[in-house]
Design a protein around this ligand. Sequence first.
Ligand code: 13P
Length: 290
Amino acid sequence: MIVNFKEMLNNAREHYYAVPHFNINNLEWAKYILQTMQELHCPVILGVSEGAKKYMGGFLTIRNMVEGLIKDLSITIPVCLHLDHGSSFEVCKEAIDAGFLSVMIDASRFELPKNVEITKQVVDYAHARGASVEAEVGHVGGTEDNIHGDVYQATLEDCIALAQTGIDALAPALGSVHGLYHGEPNLNFERMQQIHDTISLPLVLHGGTGIPYDMIQKAISCGINKININTELQVVWHDAVSDFVKENPDVYDPRKVIGSGEKAMKNKIKELVEVFKTEDCNNIDGSNII
Ligand code: 13P
């Protein structure tokens, strides 16, 4: 079932675990993620960037593809189909109108008052249609969809102002970056904890790739409930496919070439879910959300 993320993230907030957000790029990505999360019996968020939307054809194609996979593969876990880093009200509206039940508005490149204004516009539109909203404050740096940006850490005051728009999850930039890290990430755990203690919203960690697992678990203990992973699945898929192509230069069936990355992706998903403690969603008395 396609759902918004409210219930899954509020449950995660209450019980200190994180729900994975995996970016999807194509049918195979969506299929492997859904199959693995179904096997683990855990909720999942499928993130779609604007670049991935263009690549796959459009929001409607993606929504129909995910809905089809859910039916054909008998997926019963909660699946949130989520626009990742929507850059404007218009693109968020387009996703919601196509049946996405969740969007991220990323107006973090603007000064705070404009970020608040655009975010509020998205919240009003989304909530009237049952969709959940994530918003970013400060700026997660690094490279995503070939766009490079610098890091600006969110302040507590920024977070309070953005939370007042009525958003359902907050992504405060606290030192993580998109893509691969050069050296050890430097996350501001103190501020993370302060934001968690002050604002009763699930917190989102962008740039999950390459953060050492002990730091991820520390972030979860400081109130992180949604962790975004994109590059990491691309890297394991790429490495497995490269090996396959080297070993099987005469195989040209795309199902075999693309599919040679399936096992590596599924293993990485399982490893991350264990680190995120997502399986705790099933072991909580009276609050099993599946
Ligand atoms: P990574 O590519 O670093 O995993 O970041 C993903 C992300 O934050 C998507 O919003």
